[in-house]
Design a binder for this molecule. Sequence first.
Ligand code: COA
Length: 538
Amino acid sequence: MQTLESSINPQSDEFRGNAEAMMEHIKTFREAEQKVLDLAEAAREKFTKRGKLLPRDRINRLLDRGTPFLELCSMAGYKMHDDKDGSMAGGNIIAGIGTVSGIRCLVVASNSAIKGGTITPAGLDKTLRLQQIAKENKLPVISLSESGGANLNYATDIFVQGARGFANQARMSAAGLPQITVVHGNATAGGAYQPGLSDYVITVRGKAKMFLAGPPLLKAATGEIADDEELGGAEMHAQVAGTAEYLAEDDADGIRQARNILEALPWNEQLPPQREMKWEAPVYPAEELLGVIPSDSKKPYDVREILARIADGSRFLDFKNEFDDQTVCGTIRIEGYSVGVIGNNGPITPAGSAKAAQFIQLCDQAGTPLLFLHNTTGFMVGTHSEQNGIIKHGSKMIQAVANCRVPKIAVVIGGSYGAGNYAMCGRGLDPRFIFAWPNSRTAVMGPAQAGKVMRIVAEDKQRRSGIDPDPKTLEFLEQATAKKLEDGSTALFGTARLWDDGLIDPRDTRRVVALVLDVCREAGIRELRPNTFGVARL
Ligand code: COA
């Protein structure tokens, strides 16, 4: 493998300008995240008075000390639905991959500090994505639940799809994935099935309220008068109904018991002892990733500059670099794991597509996971490209991405436009994980081009109808279309819609990719013990 040599000067004004622009992007998304943290923190007094822990404190207690927690989809629903100012992003759920009692799990906590942890359309989509992550990566799921159920302002948007989450739970149980739920508070109506469909349930005394209909609804529906405790209290479920296996004294005790359940599982015993991995750090510091990306997104740069800062020892085995240099393929190691990389140095040409398709097949043959680093304006257009079979070769690349069996991880580091997004394993091509840098842009095409296309189409239509084109109207149409695409292509816009699993600081790329590679490795060797119907609580 060749050790990459960077041609970037970190002392140059250009580098400093790039780094400042990148820091601005990072600041924007960190501030957006902070707003959500602040809103939840504002509920601390209310939670303390009620003898409860805040959802993030619950997670902190659950996780093994000093182990990483990879938070997922933290900005889901940002400025969507009733999240007017971005402070309620995250879909009222906090979730991520973490280690509990030495076992890697998917952790999902209702963010009951915000809107009572109610389920929003974005929260539902996030839940479905999290379940897919758990299934694909064979992760046990721990839920720290406290939710007012459906957000009634958006009930029609979530009602039908909501059942999918329950079906997934049933299928995960049948697949052999343990689901452990601590009920910390409200679990009403649909919310009661989430613990109901879990394999292990812990209820917190005096706090859990798990019923299909609470006292007001019951009175309205049947006239019966009953209180919270007899209808769905923790003791009732543990002692009478049998919905709960374990009764906890408070939030902290419930979390301790969830850790105990995990500890009792022989989950890691079937895995072979992990071989000792040794690796070298990249020759170039991760900090320099800030200044590598030109602040002017139209300016090209060599994706190998990124590889030099994320690969072990900055080493890279460049594949067919004489054949096409716009699509860069080759092998690196990240914290010891071999990974096939596909990156872009420009549009994807017919030769680039063919090269990438072949490289993907080689990785599939060898069992090497793939890492896609998106920075492309899309497939090359024009007569030359068409005559060289761009549709045929591009289709081959998409086909290879769609059908390959190795884990596919994607990071959107720059532009991700048009079918280039598909060919580089955008969300629609089912990457195992996809993250985005905060400077990135994802759209069907560049805003300026989209504006011009609409202008030309409208102008031609007017001429055909015998109308003299009005330059002012056309200008307005061009600008409005461009603005719509501009606003709809930012990293925050995309992450709100779950086009990715979260925004990451470029400097964290190596750590994040290494972690998910390890998750994929573990899933690859783990044998589950599936049955047909899941575990029923009889
Ligand atoms: N839909 C939409 N918004 C809801 C909601 C729901 N089902 N339940 C609560 N909210 C909102 C409240 O309007 C309030 O909004 P605000 O912050 O803008 O004032 C916020 O969530 C917090 O509610 P609040 O009642 O102040 O908090 P709490 O911690 O004391 O109680 C609940 C939380 C969830 C227990 C309580 O609000 C409740 O019982 N909600 C109704 C639950 C229900 O019947 N759901 C049926 C779903 S099928």
